[in-house]
Design a protein around this ligand. Sequence first.
Ligand code: NAP
Length: 277
Amino acid sequence: MSAPSIPTLSAHGAELPAIGFGTSSLGDCGEIVATALGLGYRLIDTAWKYGSERGVGEGMRASGVPRSEIFLTTKVSHEYLRADDFARSVEESLRNLGVDYVDLLMIHWPNPEIPLSEPVGALAKAKRQGLTRHIGVANFNIAMLDEAIRLCPEPLVNLQAEYHAHLDQTKLTQACRKRGLIFTAYCPLGRGRLLRDPVLADIAAHKGRTLAQIALRWLLQQGNIVAIPRSSNSARMAENLDVFDFTLAEEEMNRIAALKRHDGRIANPAGRAPAWD
Ligand SMILES: NC(=O)c1ccc[n+]([C@@H]2O[C@H](COP(=O)([O-])OP(=O)(O)OC[C@H]3O[C@@H](n4cnc5c(N)ncnc54)[C@H](OP(=O)(O)O)[C@@H]3O)[C@@H](O)[C@H]2O)c1
């Protein structure tokens, strides 16, 4: 079976596949990443903090997929946002991954103790040094995003944040659209919680698709959104890629949007999480 063709989204010259592969908690994931690439994933999301960078590098090499065909993202952790620490962290990530550059480098979380000018300057420097092709942020609110855009001499192409049907992200996704950034949805399956949702199950049964496919399709169909589900199971990895040959009706999109909950947020670390929009 040939690998599915995945549509891409573009911003400031960056071309991101609409579905990527998440690697948090996968640890020593060489085989899993090689399997994901073999199935057709072309965006691999990692972070220094996940401890999966070495595995991602091994998986990329084992897959035989040329480096130039892979969109590789990593992130600098909030402890290392001072300019010097940031630069060291980027070097360590590249060593872990065994690559000369990543495609997208992000600030993983803001750090209220460190002025944004430090990591933003370091991001731009990493780009100018050729250590990353593009730069972005994760877990920023709109005010922080605007400050980062104002401070940064290079364009930010992406904001990565939690998004799934149980969490309303209307304001942040619209802010990204208006500012020309792609929005990457992490925890797109609510880290598994969405898979018990009866409305999603009902729509899935009606469409003859799986519940995970409905949850992912709902994100992608909004436009300007990339989703990065994680799975350690090859059948589920393949299932999560197979979301481009059907559409949800407007009424189905609205039913899913109505599933948002006040307690829907999963990633909300005290002391690090900003005042969410
Ligand atoms: N920037 C940030 O701060 C941040 C924070 C969190 C996550 N992320 C990124 O986003 C990625 C995705 O988020 P996540 O890993 O937290 O959660 P997720 O992708 O929402 O959910 C992963 C869970 O869903 C299960 N699953 C996957 N596909 C499935 C399917 N088709 N059917 C049934 N179950 C399925 C997986 O189990 P199996 O393995 O058994 O399939 C796993 O338990 C991360 O891996 C990471 O790369 C970024």
